[in-house]
Design a protein around this ligand. Structure first.
Ligand code: OAD
Length: 233
């Protein structure tokens, strides 16, 4: 009988992209201090003022396109390549910096800035650099293109797949997330209930720090490569 391969499930948040120049949401001066969530990150806000919402995501799309992967993204890609078991990366981030750093099969549970979604027929296509209320869907021709981003009040993507991975995880690691947004914030408890060890890597203890078995605190570009190096040697 073959031994079960170890599986590491990694959840990342805005903190892993902070040193690439992309702002986090809840740190001082973060995105949610500058914009009202209900205006730019809810279906109701989009219905009220689609231009405002498109402007917000157009600016973030341009910024993310210019950003480069940092040492933390690259270290996770190295881990995926060299770890003898399986490494699953689940991200709440809508940038593509994990992919730019070389990671594969990243699960984007909150969607992607590079994607457009038709609010009429659910068709998806690569987002143009700039979207506006008049942008039409190439499938339905309806002028109802929206960013392919999961907003508050909507169900994140790939939840069944993520839960299946968590149920098989030997180690669950949360990196650069404040653990304030569910369902992602509930993954540590789910992983523990399935018997996984849990590790938090963050600038500082998150609200759920005491639910993790172990911790590494500091900037992701230092802590993540150090952890990966320790794991691979
Ligand atoms: P937050 O902005 O809530 O939290 C970022 C976390 O990263 C904080 O705990 C910081 O301490 C940490 N951090 C900051 N700089 C760091 C660094 N250089 N190295 C390591 N850690 C660092 O972002 P998220 O937890 O990702 O959802 O937010 C979760 C979700 O809330 C987002 O996906 C977004 C937001 O509303 C939607 O828009 C649907």
């Amino acid at each position: 009988m073959q031994a079960k391969r170890e599986k590491i499930v990694i959840l990342t948040g805005a903190g892993i992209s902070a040193e690439s120049g992309l702002g986090t949401f809840r740190d001082e001066g973060g995105l949610w201090a500058q914009h009202a969530i209900e205006d730019v990150a809810t279906p109701e806000g989009f219905a009220r003022n689609p231009r405002l919402v498109h402007d917000f995501y157009n600016a973030r799309r341009i910024q993310a396109a210019e950003a480069k992967a940092n040492k933390a993204h690259q270290a996770l890609a190295q881990l995926q390549e060299h770890f003898p078991g399986e490494v699953v990366i689940v991200t709440q981030n809508v940038d593509s910096l994990h992919e730019k750093g070389g990671a594969r099969n990243v699960i984007h549970m909150h969607g992607v800035l590079e994607g457009a979604l038709c609010a009429t027929c659910d068709h998806r296509w690569p987002a143009p650099d700039e979207m506006e209320p008049e942008t039409t869907c190439p499938h339905s021709s309806a002028p109802s293109a929206r960013p392919d981003i999961v907003w508050f009040g909507e169900i994140p993507y790939a939840m069944e797949e993520i839960e299946a991975h968590l149920s098989e995880a030997s180690l669950f690691v949360a990196i650069g997330t404040s653990a304030q947004v569910y369902p992602a914030a509930g993954f540590v408890e789910a992983a523990r209930s399935f018997g996984a060890e849990t590790l938090e890597i963050n600038l500082e203890p998150s609200d759920l720090a005491n639910r993790f078995h172990s911790h590494r605190f500091g900037p992701a570009t230092e802590t993540v490569p150090e952890w990966v190096a320790a794991l691979l040697t």
